[in-house]
Design a protein around this ligand. Structure first.
Ligand code: FES
Length: 126
């Protein structure tokens, strides 16, 4: 068993000898891809702090599609085979220029502590 996917355009190839089969998408993004913009809090699919976007071919319609993953904390990384994963770093940053959703939230103080803001941005981005 192996899985190939991209995160923000960077290719990853994993096998159980290198990445545990119990690894979640959130764990992989944060610990292995070193992208800590995607947060976690409840780790049970309830808060939305860990939302990312996936792009790929729909298994039934066979059309290219994208969807927000509301619980990357629960989704297994091996289920992402063949998909393109987009995190909050992939849509914009201070360094490369913020996406209009990020800029609008920042300009209008649309956050409180900001911890769950990346999840809100990715949900609106989709
Ligand atoms: S950490 Fe709360 S839904 Fe994933």
């Amino acid at each position: 068993m192996e899985a190939n996917f991209t995160i923000n355009g960077i290719e990853f190839k994993i096998t159980p000898s290198t990445i545990s089969i119990e690894t979640t998408l959130n764990d992989f993004i944060r610990k292995h891809a070193k992208l800590t913009g995607t947060k976690f809090m409840c780790l049970e699919g309830g808060c939305g702090a860990c939302i990312v976007m996936l792009k790929g071919v729909h298994p039934v319609t066979k059309q290219n599609t994208s969807w927000a993953v509301k619980n990357s904390c629960l989704q297994n990384i091996y289920s992402c085979h063949g998909l393109d994963i987009i995190t909050v770093e992939g849509i914009g940053s201070k360094k490369d220029g913020m996406h209009k959703i990020q800029k609008r939230l920042a300009d209008f103080n649309g956050t409180q502590c900001g911890f769950c803001t990346p999840g809100m941005v990715m949900n609106m981005f989709h």
